[in-house]
Every structure is written in C-alpha cells, then in structure tokens.
Design a binder for this molecule. Structure first.
Ligand code: AP5
Length: 242
C-alpha cells in the first residue's frame, strides 16, 4: 500500500500549505500543478509562455497539457511510495485521468478543505510569496519551525534573502474569477469523489496546526490505520521496490 493523497478545495483553502508539510513529514513528493506552471512561467520556457496569460486571468489551462504533466511527474521513482497532489484534479476529465494513472497504485485518499468564500478572498489578497522560490510569507509566521526549508531553495534566496511579492493572479478581481471557476468546474467533481470510502472533509477555519492534525487523522482513518503508521507505509513500499 502506498500513501497517495489528493488535496481538494478552493483557492486559498490552505491546500499548498498543508501539502508541503504533509509531504515533508511523510517522505513523499508534493506535486503542485500551480507550482509547476509558475516555475515554467518564471523560467520563460515554452510551457510558461503558453500558460502565463491563462493563469493571470484565473482560468484553467487545458486538460491535456496538465494531465500530461501529472502523468509524467507521478511516473518518477520518488513517487513510488506515494505522493501529495495539490491543485489536481480540477475537472471531470482530470479526475478520470487520475483514476487511470493510479489504477495500479492502491487507494487514493481525497481530502477536501472547506473555507467560506470571503475568508478565501481575504487570505489570497494578503498572500505574499518569494519571487524567486515561491515560498509563502504567511507560512513563515504559521509554520515557523519549517522556516529553513521554505525559502532557501535557490542560491538567490540563500544569499540575498526572499523578495516578497503578490502572486500575479491574487488580485481581488482574479481571485473572484478563480472562485467562480472553482464552483463551476471543480466543486461538482469533488461531489464525484465524495461517495468514495477514502474521501474526507476537514474544516479549514482552524489554525494551520489544527488543520495539519485534522489532515493526518483524516488520511489515517481513510486507510483504517493509526496516524503513526502512515510514514512506515511509505518506507515499506519503497523498501519493497528497492
Ligand atoms: P494553484 O496554484 O493550484 O492555485 P489555487 O488552487 O487557486 O490555490 P492557491 O495556491 O491559491 O491556494 P491554496 O489552497 O494552495 O492555499 P495556500 O496554502 O497557498 O493554481 C494557480 C493557477 O494555475 C490556476 O488558476 C490555473 O490557471 C493553473 N492550474 C493549476 N492547476 C491546474 C489544473 N489542475 N488544471 C488547470 N489549470 C491549473 O494558502 C493561502 C493563504 O492562506 C496563504 O497565504 C497561507 O499562508 C494562508 N493560510 C493557509 N492556511 C491557513 C489557515 N489555516 N488559516 C489562515 N491562513 C492560512
């Protein structure tokens, strides 16, 4: 059994914050489609040039493109023991593709973080990220013990320090557009997952630490395991493959 976790929820719910920490604590990769696309934009690659305007409008990039990215990323050896997916799937086509990609990989835990719209707008408008590595400034406050890992990932961050900027899609107009698209395209897809035995909902209107605890409990209960056994699941799976 591997530790396959999908984080679901609207923009600003805390998916990225929690995915980052859960992945680090359980020794599995965090696969964030938003981060992958932002890195491509930042590097000026062909993919980045293709998606930049779409992201800045708050719209979704094409299903085929994003499914190809996730399929390739999950095929890498470091994802054999499990993964945390953040920002994927977002449409019915992506959900179907994920079922296909994970068909032979054991149970997939899906956790939806719930937060009211006005709080989402407040959080996203206040967010600042490091222009160079994408680390989240709020996370420094909330997850102080994670500080060394959060903004030192590039040479510039280590030597010059973080440069805090607003994300180009975090203006109020674009956030409201992202929420509209979420309710139209993504929320119905979450209903599709909600009847599965490995689906859980958690309250995102708690402190990040409380949400973290709720996430670990939800993931463990979805697999019928005590929380402490989640990590050994990954070690066993990777050991069996070695
Ligand atoms: P993406 O990067 O995935 O953005 P998103 O889903 O809109 O989510 P966010 O990153 O805004 O929020 P989050 O839930 O991760 O919250 P976070 O932890 O950062 O996608 C961006 C764009 O890429 C899309 O619009 C689309 O164009 C494209 N894209 C990506 N994936 C795609 C796909 N699959 N298909 C098509 N297109 C795709 O937290 C938010 C803030 O709140 C932070 O400041 C944080 O510190 C703070 N916070 C977190 N938890 C708490 C808490 N408990 N209490 C108070 N504050 C908190």
């Amino acid at each position: 059994m591997a530790l396959n976790l999908v984080m679901l929820g609207p923009p600003g719910a805390g998916k990225g914050t929690q995915a980052e920490r859960f992945a680090r604590e359980h020794g599995i990769p965090k696969v964030s489609t938003g981060d992958i696309l932002r890195e491509a934009v930042h590097s000026g690659s062909e993919l980045g040039r293709e998606v930049e305007a779409v992201m800045d409008r708050g719209e979704l990039v094409g299903d085929d493109l994003i499914i190809g990215i996730v399929r390739e990323r999950l095929s890498r050896p470091d994802a054999a023991g499990g993964f945390v997916l953040d920002g994927f799937p977002r449409t019915a086509a992506q959900a179907n593709a994920l079922d296909d990609i994970t068909a032979a990989r054991g149970a997939v835990i899906c956790v939806e973080i719930q937060v009211p719209d006005e709080e989402l707008v407040r959080r996203v408008r206040g967010r600042r990220v490091c222009e160079d590595c994408g680390a989240n400034a709020d996370a420094f406050v909330h997850l102080a013990d994670a500080l060394p890992d959060l903004c030192q990932s590039t040479e510039r961050c280590r030597t010059v320090g973080p440069k805090w900027v607003a994300r180009s899609d975090d203006s109020e107009t674009v956030v409201r557009e992202r929420l509209k698209i979420y309710w139209r395209d993504t929320r119905p897809m979450i209903e599709y997952y909600s009847s599965r035995p490995t689906f859980r909902r958690i309250d995102g209107m708690q402190t990040p630490e409380q949400v973290r605890e709720a996430l670990v409990s939800a993931a463990a209960s979805a697999l019928g395991l005590p929380p402490a056994q989640l990590r050994s699941l990954v070690a066993k799976k990777l050991g069996a493959q070695a």
